[in-house]
Write a new protein. Structure first.
Length: 95
């Protein structure tokens, strides 16, 4: 069964980026090395601060769309509830 991830990455000044992927480690590596997309390169968005795991691509895409519609305060609250220090979770997922 394939696994899908919704993730939020942030810059030092808390610019947020939400996306979906089937390979979280690879995708965050690409963000950190600025090989993925122009937005994360431009705003230096490289810190994985939140993610969710899904077994269904439709559910993950629907959740991504939902989170993207949320206002900034709700997104920050979601991160704070799960990762109050805004620790970069990348090191945790590559272990």
């Amino acid at each position: 069964m394939k696994t899908y991830y919704i993730y939020i990455i942030a810059s030092e000044n808390e610019t947020l980026y939400i996306w979906v992927t089937s390979n979280l480690i690879k995708r965050i590596y690409e963000h950190k090395n600025k090989t993925f997309d122009w937005f994360s390169k431009k705003y230096n968005i490289t810190k994985l601060v939140y993610y969710e795991i899904y077994n269904n691509s439709i559910e993950s895409i629907n959740r991504e769309k939902q989170l993207k519609k949320w206002n900034r305060e709700w997104k920050i609250n979601l991160i704070n509830e799960n990762n109050p220090l805004w620790k970069d979770l990348y090191e945790d997922i590559i272990k």
